[in-house]
Design a protein around this ligand. Structure first.
Ligand code: PRP
Length: 559
């Protein structure tokens, strides 16, 4: 379908006067920090030959690249990333210059995203690349520069979390998977889609490596995360021991330089671009639900351009900071900056916002909260209200449809979501899953009309379902060619009307199946409700969120 003349493509948009002024302010603040540290600005073209982004390491998923052809029919890509073009530039135009080369850029990147999920396909980035230096001092310096950049911009209270991509790479190596499976796992890990990751790891031969891989994302925070990791990885080999010790050294040094409150660990950190080789880091700020900054060391990337130079760098999402700057202007504040003092207290004072799935889970979750000692009368007597404060608890509950719960949590407008694993498996998304609430128990099942051949074990040829993504993955894993037909509700009717010969759906009591003449042909997996948390919220409000989860957990165990 041709796009409308009056609309901009999904994920892109115009920027007007106040927005432009705010963007310029953000860029000026960042430039001042970069230039004071000796970085000089460069610009690369918006289009590069596709081969620049394609190498052994397959840096970017095909489906995220915008591609076109030049007059000679050669394939071009709209740049999805700034580091690779800057490396190409350094390896060609700046060859033989003095090292280290310290370069910075301010230019947009383009990555395709699933439509209508509120994700940006065009993003303005400002970032630095420090080329030709390896080792401890340069690792510490680049993270210090990242912290200074966020402190000078509109991030508000912020955190930088550091990890070592070597941990992930080592575990994946032990899984011994083929390339396609490795790519799938990489995309689940980088998007924090643990529901799908868990499913994919079910097939892994090395169960121990799979179990460790699932534990990695939970290992973040201050020193205790490292202790936990050391215990978990004890006996996992000297190489991993070294990586953990190195992370400790880096965080101790940054703490000595005055960033003890801002720099934390995240051992599950794996960036989307696969060129990172060791230390990686990401920055989060109270002004945005998505990461503000992402970077790390990439010591092997230059080899693809015929050079052998160690390098490190980071990119900052200028659009998120621009939105924060606009909000700050409305409230009459400047770059909040320091990440200390009042910025901290402001974040703590906001209530925790919980998105709760409407319908069946509503009552079970209210009961659980009541057992945990919360006054849930606003939930029980809600009438038509959708946003309900829980008295004296610093918590607000918001009711939404299951897929929307995930969307709200991903975007950070809610800190916490209460949602079924069925929706998580279907929709994916980026968030932390921190707890099985033990409510909303049911199962995913394949069901078919009584007497049908599917009930005797024959594979269905067509399946109707509200969960097309999940069902497609399930049959693909079984190696079956099944036509999936998406239906939005009352799926049980589909086989009766002849639309499909079976359904994949959730079954709780089995009443709906029975009353419509269907029977379970096989259980696919058990389902229950989970507590999910926005990625930034988990970094900035960890103590409050964990306290809430712990109260629910205790109530669940006693109930
Ligand atoms: C779910 C599911 C089944 C039914 C199963 O539908 O899709 O239809 O519940 O429950 P049971 O085993 O206890 O009978 P839901 O009530 O969410 O409505 P929908 O089909 O309109 O989406």
């Amino acid at each position: 379908m041709a796009g409308s003349r009056k609309q901009t493509p999904d994920g892109m948009g115009d920027r007007l006067f106040a927005g432009m002024a705010a963007e310029r302010r953000v860029l000026r603040e960042l430039e001042a920090v970069f230039e004071a540290a000796g970085y000089r600005q460069v610009r690369t073209p918006g289009l590069e030959y596709l081969s620049v982004f394609e190498s052994k390491a397959a840096y970017f998923p095909e489906e995220e690249l915008y591609k076109l052809a030049d007059a000679g029919g050669r394939l071009l890509a709209v740049r999805p990333d700034n580091t690779i073009p800057v490396v190409r530039l350094a390896a060609t135009k700046l060859q033989g210059g003095g090292l280290p080369l310290k370069l910075y850029y301010e230019q947009n990147v383009f990555r395709r995203q699933p439509e209508h999920r509120g994700r940006h396909t065009e993003t303005m980035q400002a970032g630095v690349e420090c080329i030709g230096e390896a080792g401890f001092a340069s690792d510490v310096e680049i993270i210090e520069l990242a912290a200074r950049s966020l402190a000078a911009s509109y991030a508000g209270q912020f955190r930088i979390e550091i990890g070592h991509v070597g941990l992930y790479k080592e575990l994946v190596r032990r899984l011994g998977l083929d390339e396609a499976a490795r790519e799938r796992i990489h995309s689940y890990v980088t998007s924090k889609n643990y529901a799908a990751l868990e499913e994919a790891l079910d097939d892994a031969a090395d169960r121990e490596a799979g179990a460790l891989l699932l534990k990695l994302p939970g290992l973040f925070g201050a020193g205790e995360a490292l202790d936990e990791a050391q215990a978990l990885f004890a006996g996992a080999g000297e190489e991993i021991g070294q990586m953990l010790r190195y992370l400790k050294q880096v965080t101790s040094e940054l703490s000595a330089r005055g960033f003890g409150d801002q720099v934390m660990l995240d051992l599950g950190l794996v960036n989307q671009a696969e060129y990172y080789s060791s230390l990686v880091f990401r920055g989060y700020g109270e002004s945005a639900g998505e990461p503000l900054l992402s970077g790390g060391r990439y010591d092997t990337l230059f080899r693809d351009f015929g050079e052998d130079l160690p390098a490190t760098g980071f990119g900052i999402n200028v659009d998120l900071l621009t939105e924060a700057a606009l909000r700050a202007e409305e409230q009459g504040a400047g770059p909040a900056g320091s990440g200390e003092g009042d910025a901290g207290t402001r974040a703590e004072a906001k209530p925790l916002r919980v998105a709760l799935t409407k319908g069946r889970l509503e009552k079970d979750f209210s009961d659980l909260m009541e057992r945990a000692g919360y006054d849930v009368s606003p939930l029980r007597e809600k009438g038509r209200r959708l946003l309900m404060p829980i008295p004296g608890a610093g918590i607000e509950i918001f009711l939404a449809k299951a897929p929307d719960v995930v969307t709200y949590v991903e975007h950070g407008v809610c800190d916490i979501g209460i949602v079924g694993k069925d929706t998580m498996l279907e929709q994916g998304g980026t968030y932390y899953e921190i707890m099985d609430l033990g409510i909303g128990g049911c199962r995913f099942a394949l069901a078919a009309p009584k007497g049908s051949r599917v009930l005797c074990g024959e594979a269905p040829t067509s399946v109707a379902t509200k969960y097309p993504e999940f069902a497609a993955r399930h049959f693909e894993r079984l190696g079956l060619d099944v036509r999936i037909i998406r239906i939005d509700g009352s799926v049980e009717i589909a086989p009766l009307l002849g639309l499909a010969d079976a359904i994949v759906d959730i079954v709780e009591t089995g009443t709906t199946l029975k009353e419509n003449g269907l029977e379970v042909a096989g259980t696919i997996r058990e389902i229950s409700a989970r507590l999910i948390v926005n990625v930034t919220g988990m970094k900035l409000r960890k103590a409050e969120i964990e306290a809430f989860a712990a109260r629910l957990k205790a109530a669940g165990e006693n109930g």
